[in-house]
Design a protein around this ligand. Structure first.
Ligand SMILES: Cc1ncc(COP(=O)(O)O)c(C=O)c1O
Length: 370
């Protein structure tokens, strides 16, 4: 039996240890640790990689969302329409920006927000749309951008899981003008710690983001507005610079593994993710669906296969968001999906033998669970 962990960060580090050590040494030898030349270079390289005019490195993806929204000048009671099936941090970023998350149900084919549901969720208090490119599969942006344009509401992309993904040939992130990225270690481009970035096209907004992440300072010790401390440090910037040139190779490997799953699991009794015609997905996660998900996960565990669920509790049913309204039954597509989804192992260092072992285990386990 080939055991397959859900992820393997040790293999990831081993695959580029010399470059990591060189980046660490460079920063240690520089004697400079916060907001410096490594960060500046990373921001320029990142912006180029995602086709944005600029990128502003911050402490994590949650604060990237918070700052991108804060830059819109939200007031208490303002609403931001987003997905109920995402990392809770999406909605926490909205709350920290001083606004109220309002959820819109999903397109069952992609588990990204449905434009019709977004339209229905808009009220006179809506100040932004915040769709999520879930699992690294782009949301169908054009209908959402059309709604945003018609209603005069900005759209911020939560691209935390989707760096490198393409929507109609364009890299996601700043297609709408502004978006958030996360470099949480297991993300497709991961730091060795928490980090994130706002990717942005308007130079004035980029300037505002740089101010907000640094306590609101316009000049040293002059705090023009009340920002936060969400500065990018040189160590993580240097490490991310070492990793960025590998991203497209890692993405290709993720896509090849996903294609292997697509072929090997066809007819295995699990519903497979379907890449849409407008999308080039980066498979941050490979998520299948089965009505007896927990039993399938247990059967795979017995066969040495690690799985996770992203995410078992839709946000409107989380205790932290109970006061937003929206009880059970409010978002049936999201609720049903949350009970059926299962993320299979998929990481660039995964071997052909490992992907075959997962396919074999699913093909053994799933048919018995009807
Ligand atoms: C879709 C999504 N949004 C936001 C976040 C928040 O990013 P971070 O963990 O870097 O704060 C994450 C990651 O957890 C995410 O997956």
């Amino acid at each position: 039996m080939t055991a397959v962990p859900f992820g393997d960060m040790k293999a990831h580090v081993a695959g580029m240890r010399a470059e990591i050590d060189a980046a660490v040494a460079r920063v240690l030898d520089s004697g400079w640790f916060i907001l410096g030349p490594e960060g500046d270079a990373f921001e320029a390289e990142l912006a180029a990689a995602v086709g944005a005019a600029d990128a502003v490195g911050v402490a994590n993806g949650t604060e990237a969302i918070q700052l991108a929204l804060e830059g819109l000048g939200l007031a208490p009671g303002d609403e931001v329409v987003t997905s109920p099936l995402t990392a809770a941090f999406t909605a926490l970023g909205v709350l920290r920006a001083g606004a109220r998350p309002v959820f819109a149900d999903l397109d069952p084919a992609t588990l990204n927000v449905s434009p019709e549901a977004v339209e229905r969720a808009i009220t006179p208090r809506t100040r932004a749309l915040l769709p999520v490119h879930l699992y690294g599969h782009p949301v169908d942006l054009d209908p959402l951008l059309e709604i945003a344009r018609r209603r005069g509401i900005p759209l911020v992309e939560d691209a935390c899981q989707a760096i490198g993904a393409r929507y109609k040939e364009r890299p996601v992130g700043a297609i709408s003008g502004i978006g958030a990225l996360s470099f949480y270690p297991t993300k497709n481009l991961g730091a060795f710690g928490d980090r994130g970035a706002v990717v942005v096209n308007d130079p004035e907004v980029a300037k505002r983001m740089r101010r907000l992440r640094n306590g609101g300072q316009s000049d040293r010790y002059r705090h023009e507005v009340s920002g936060i401390n969400s500065r990018l440090d040189e160590m993580q910037a240097a490490l991310l610079r070492a990793k960025l040139p590998h991203l497209s190779r890692w993405t290709d490997r993720r896509r090849a593994l996903a294609a292997r799953y697509d072929a090997g699991l066809a007819g295995a009794g699990v519903a497979l993710p379907a890449e849409q015609p407008y999308a080039r997905a980066v498979y941050h996660l490979y998520v299948v669906r089965h009505p007896r998900r927990d039993d399938l996960a247990a059967a795979l565990r017995e066969r040495g296969i690690g799985t996770l669920v992203h995410y078992p509790i839709p946000l409107h049913l989380q205790p932290a968001f109970a006061d937003l309204g929206g009880g059970k039954g409010s978002f049936p597509v999201a609720e049903r999906a949350a009970g059926e989804i299962l993320s299979l192992p998929l990481f660039p260092e995964m071997t052909d033998a490992q992907v075959e072992a997962v396919i074999r285990a699913v093909r053994e386990a799933a048919p018995g669970l009807r």
